[in-house]
Design a binder for this molecule. Structure first.
Ligand code: AMP
Length: 191
């Protein structure tokens, strides 16, 4: 099964993607993690994207489309994958559909984690209180910008996938275990 975990920054996509990987074996394909790894490694790609990540700007579509295609063609994705933080723009979603279609695959389900902006802000503040700033873009100021970017570029995908009848919405403000259960129910209903 190929799934998209969809939602604003800090909605819990990464947490749920990791749980899905552990329970169902579909790898988590997080473009954010891949880009942060490139920055950490100091690669050419990393140098190109570092400032964009810190500012909370999107990196160019071609870059993320390329890294996703390369990652998806690894054998561990044969039974499916969990897309986390990708796609984030309409061109990315179109490229993903085309990439999957060329491999006789498709997106089976889009799980939308719905979380109010005020709760997202509280979560950043809590993370900073507990652990300090672990990610250059995990500050209240940058979150506000990432939310703007989310609403202008990414939220329109709800329409795109809604027209395809693929969205299941889950309350992302519920406790983690409840979100996991709601996702499991949506997956079981799909089988
Ligand atoms: P994330 O970990 O998903 O919140 O992503 C962190 C940052 O990586 C984003 O704020 C962007 O700068 C960049 N990024 C991650 N995924 C994408 C994507 N699909 N398109 C463009 N930029 C992305």
């Amino acid at each position: 099964m190929n799934l998209v975990l969809f939602g604003p920054p800090g909605a819990g996509k990464g947490t749920q993607a990791r749980i899905l990987t552990e329970k169902r074996g579909w790898p988590q394909l997080s473009t954010g993690d891949m880009l942060r790894a490139a920055v950490k490694a100091g690669s050419t790609l990393g140098k190109k994207v570092e400032a964009l990540l810190t500012k909370g700007e999107l990196v160019p579509d071609e870059i993320v489309i390329d890294i996703i295609a390369e990652r998806y063609d690894r054998p561990d994705c044969a039974k499916g994958a969990v897309f986390d933080g990708f796609p984030r723009t309409i061109p990315q979603a179109e490229a993903l559909d085309a990439m999957l279609a060329a491999r006789a695959k498709k997106i089976d389900l889009v799980l939308e984690l719905k979380v109010d902006d005020a709760v997202l802000l509280q979560r950043v503040e809590q993370r900073i209180k507990e652990g300090g700033i672990l990610r250059s873009d995990d500050t209240p100021e940058t979150l506000a910008h990432r939310l703007d970017v989310y609403y202008s570029n990414t939220a329109p995908l709800l329409d795109y996938y809604g027209r395809q009848g693929k969205i299941v919405t889950v309350d992302g403000m519920a406790p983690i275990a409840d979100v996991t259960r709601a996702i499991a129910a949506a997956l079981d209903a799909k089988r």
